[in-house]
Design a protein around this ligand. Structure first.
Ligand SMILES: NC(=O)c1ccc[n+]([C@@H]2O[C@H](COP(=O)([O-])OP(=O)(O)OC[C@H]3O[C@@H](n4cnc5c(N)ncnc54)[C@H](OP(=O)(O)O)[C@@H]3O)[C@@H](O)[C@H]2O)c1
Length: 272
């Protein structure tokens, strides 16, 4: 059965750009009211105004830096002060970094673990019990196709997305007998600010990528049909499948060829 979304509330993390912003567009178009969070408050406010004009839906903006534990606590406290329950959590905020071992910023890698793993775990377990008590609601956790294989020079990022996929699939099975659902979204390359921020500035100009709109439409379709995971695009789906059958060392070696080049490019840019 399709979940009832209209006139209910969704929390979207990382809604100030890219895939998160598009979740806001598409969920508001379905009549959902939104709690939007990210660090760039101005962008969230602009988005809230746009959504109200287009759809007449309500939006609460809660700026927070999810790297900081106090940012996460503030977000939860402010959500708890709202009168209506959260029916959908979209754990989308996340980032990655292309770097070799010797050029890695260790604090940044720890911050990736905090935002991509700890915050996803916290928000998932914070809201699922009450959804189960109401037998209504669910979670979309944004993972990645990199969840299906280790990615050299993006090891922490790809491992964080494997965690998100495994956790979501495990919870999907736990929730099987309830109407509460959970879907891990595993996009391939998507046209957002992600690559510039990760230091892979040339990626989008040289490779195929989906739009956020394509990725989010598929995600919502799969969430509504209660699928445990969603890989948008046949090419990405095949890639994920191939990694299952190849020898593990061969799979990681093939990935190394691509990402070694990226890490080198980034290093050269730094020196220039
Ligand atoms: N683009 C791709 O090819 C791709 C592929 C697979 C998976 N993904 C995943 O998709 C998700 C969305 O990324 P995107 O591609 O849409 O990139 P994006 O445009 O860079 O969006 C990332 C979002 O996360 C937020 N965020 C990052 N660090 C944060 C922090 N410390 N506190 C609060 N919010 C934070 C950003 O907001 P502020 O900077 O305003 O805080 C922004 O709204 C990520 O989980 C990413 O790993 C992306």
């Amino acid at each position: 059965m399709k979940p009832q979304l209209s006139d209910k509330w969704a929390l979207i993390t990382g809604a100030s750009s890219g895939i998160g912003e598009e979740f806001a567009n598409q969920l508001a178009a379905k009549g959902m009211h939104l709690i939007l969070t990210a660090r760039r408050e101005d962008r969230l406010q602009q988005l809230a105004e746009k959504l109200f004009q287009l759809h007449g839906t309500k939006t609460v903006v809660i700026p927070a830096d999810l790297i900081q534990p106090e940012g996460v606590e503030k977000l939860i406290k402010e959500i708890r002060s709202l009168p209506d329950p959260v029916t959908l959590v979209v754990n989308n905020a996340g980032f990655g970094e292309v770097s070799s071992i010797e050029n890695s910023d260790l604090q940044k890698l720890i911050d990736i673990v905090q935002v991509n793993i700890s915050v996803v775990t916290r928000l998932t377990y914070e809201f699922l019990p009450e959804m189960m008590a109401r037998n209504d609601g669910g979670v979309i956790n944004v993972s990645s196709v990199t969840a299906f294989q280790p990615v050299p020079y993006m090891g922490v990022y790809s491992a964080s997305k494997a965690y998100v996929l495994h956790l979501s699939e495990a919870l999907w099975a736990e929730l099987y007998e309830s109407d509460v659902r959970i879907t891990a979204l595993c996009p391939g390359p998507t046209k957002t600010e992600f690559f510039d921020k990760a230091g892979a500035t040339s990626w989008l100009s040289k490779n195929f990528a989906h739009t956020s709109s394509q990725v989010v439409s598929k995600a919502l379709q799969y969430y509504e049909s209660s699928h445990p995971f969603c890989i948008p695009g046949i090419k990405n789906w095949l890639l994920a499948l191939v990694t299952k059958f190849g020898r593990r060392r061969r799979v990681v070696w093939e990935a190394r060829k691509v990402f070694h080049k990226l890490a080198k490019e980034k290093q050269t840019e730094k020196v220039d």
